[in-house]
Design a protein around this ligand. Structure first.
Ligand code: SF4
Length: 196
């Protein structure tokens, strides 16, 4: 089985508890107004990679305690992410997932691939980004309607309470700057003004 991804980071400290790998999936059917990554929306773009290859890459990374799935919309590729999640969980990795769907809608969907995927998730951050409710005061959330769901006993509120919103900035060999994490756009402007 293949997964269509937009981006993969082997180690990050701003996409969930502890050090984690992070996969941004390609394709999003939700399409929130002012989404920060509209380039992840088209399903016919991105890079196709087999679940087995991705799992092997991740299992070879030292130091990480888990993986985060974000996007794009992870539940649009629930079957492949369930398979990947199963392999990683067998090795003790934790799974954090962002989704634009609401947990209740996932549970009531009657879609078994969604329910299966849910069963391997430890921490779910749900609900669409609502521009009019933009709120950058909490970690891992961009609007006040988004919620944390601790779906196993792996994590709890304490694992997030010490964290503020943070970003990572990487300067690649070709001079290209990449950025991930969450931060208020006003603070982001201040950071970039300080860099130049
Ligand atoms: S669900 Fe996520 S990726 Fe999709 S439009 Fe909303 S914020 Fe963007």
């Amino acid at each position: 089985m293949h997964l269509n991804i937009y981006k993969f980071l082997p180690i990050t400290e701003v996409e969930g508890p502890g050090k984690r790998a992070c996969i941004w999936v390609q394709g999003c059917s939700i399409r929130c107004k002012n989404c920060a990554l509209p380039q992840t929306w088209p399903k016919d773009k991105g890079q196709k990679i087999s679940v087995e290859e991705l799992a092997e890459n991740i299992l070879n990374i030292d130091e990480i305690e888990g993986v985060t799935f974000t996007g794009g919309e992870p539940f649009d590729q629930a079957k492949a992410l369930f398979e990947l999640g199963l392999i990683l969980k067998r090795d003790g990795h934790s799974i954090t997932t962002f989704t634009g769907y609401k947990l209740e809608d996932i549970m009531n969907s009657g879609d078994n691939s969604w329910k299966n995927f849910l069963s391997v998730i430890d921490l779910l951050i749900d609900s669409p980004y609502i521009y009019e409710k933009a709120d950058y005061s909490r970690p891992l959330a961009g609007s006040s309607n988004q919620r944390y769901h601790f779906l196993s006993n792996r994590y709890n509120e304490k694992d997030l309470s010490s964290k503020s919103q943070r970003i990572e900035i990487r300067i690649q060999k070709n001079g290209k700057i990449s950025l991930n994490g969450q931060v208020d756009p006003i603070n982001l402007k201040k950071i970039f003004n300080g860099l130049v």
